[in-house]
Design a protein around this ligand. Structure first.
Ligand code: ATP
Ligand code: ZN
Length: 298
């Protein structure tokens, strides 16, 4: 295969992952000029092209090397990999979990179903869009589940006596409730992941890609960190710093109007709760500000 000079990334055209995927690209410096009907988009400021497709096609495109990268739910990736493993190994590596598109693939049954543990599901008919994942789960627990593969509206299958139970994606559980179903058992927890084809990239492109990964890591790290600023008496600094487990030594700045007080800037790795602020105040910190951090590069 010809080695490309631009990274080709597959993302969902429309649906739950679309806007978060585009936001992620933007946050790592990839600007896209989007037109609603376009299936292909060329980034003007980076060597990146974007392909907008159905999420089910993303592992196929990356596995075949047509795209170098893809953003897809672990649920879709697992279903694809299981289907593929019956034939051959996949050419896909999972590079990063991305923290959005969180959901779970769960078994659910009508509200009046008496659930007596996983083993009691032996031999049942399961309506699902994930037949390979169900087979894998069934084998793991020795259940002889019978998967009925339907591509949508799985929730109505039990009421039509097409199946005894279902296996579908759940996030809040509201859709199950609306169909008088209850969740029995989680089969898989899922979130969006960045996947990459095992194909070798052009060496310059590989370097550029490594920088993108560092930016993703930096953005993820920044999400968890806070920038805290406050004034405090010099002699209270040690006690105060212990309340804020920081990255590095705090930055301490003299105050023009006070000899015994200083301004302190500190990056904390953990969430800062009201309780922490109250403890800081008790330890004689004042003018306390907590700010989010957008980007970080070590
Ligand atoms: P497409 O037209 O691309 O095939 P779709 O209908 O299969 O779209 P969406 O409903 O947009 O897909 O969901 C895309 C992905 O979002 C899912 O595969 C899953 O990883 C994730 N997701 C997060 N929460 C949910 C949820 N409550 N229900 C369904 N998917 C969810
Ligand atoms: Zn889909």
């Amino acid at each position: 295969m010809q080695i490309r000079k631009r990274l080709r990334i597959a993302i969902q055209k429309k649906g739950r992952l679309n806007s978060d995927s585009l936001a992620l690209l933007k946050s790592i410096g990839i600007n896209m000029q989007l037109s609603k009907s376009s299936l292909y988009c060329h980034s003007a400021n980076t060597p990146v092209d974007c392909l907008f497709v159905r999420d089910d096609d993303i592992p196929v495109l990356v596995n075949s090397g047509v795209c170098d990268l893809g953003i897809v739910g672990e649920n879709v990736l697992k279903e694809f990999s299981l289907a593929q493993n019956n034939k051959e190994q996949t050419n896909i590596v999972t590079e990063r979990t991305l923290g959005f598109g969180k959901c779970r693939l769960s078994l659910a049954a009508p509200n009046d179903f008496e659930f007596k543990g996983i083993q009691s599901l032996n031999g049942m008919r399961v309506a699902t869009s994930y037949p390979n994942t169900i087979k894998d789960f069934s084998d793991q627990y020795n259940l002889s589940l019978r998967a009925l593969n339907i591509s949508g509206s799985v929730e109505i299958a039990p009421s039509l006596d097409m199946s005894d139970i279902i296996c579908d994606l759940v996030s809040t559980g509201r859709t199950l409730e609306e169909h008088n179903l209850k969740e029995l058992q989680v089969v898989l927890n899922s979130e969006a992941v960045l996947i990459k084809s095992t194909n070798v990239l052009d060496s310059e492109l590989q370097q550029f890609y490594q920088r993108l990964l560092d930016r993703i890591d930096g953005a993820n790290q920044a999400k968890e960190c806070k920038y805290v600023m406050f004034h405090a008496p010099k002699e209270a600094l040690k006690e105060i710093a212990q309340l804020l487990p920081g990255h590095e030594e705090p930055t301490v700045i003299p105050l023009s109007h006070s000899d015994d007080k200083v301004a302190v800037h500190i990056v904390t790795k953990e969430g800062v709760f009201w309780q922490t602020l109250e403890q800081l105040k008790k330890a004689r910190a004042s003018s306390i500000l907590v700010l989010p951090i957008e980007k970080m590069l070590a």
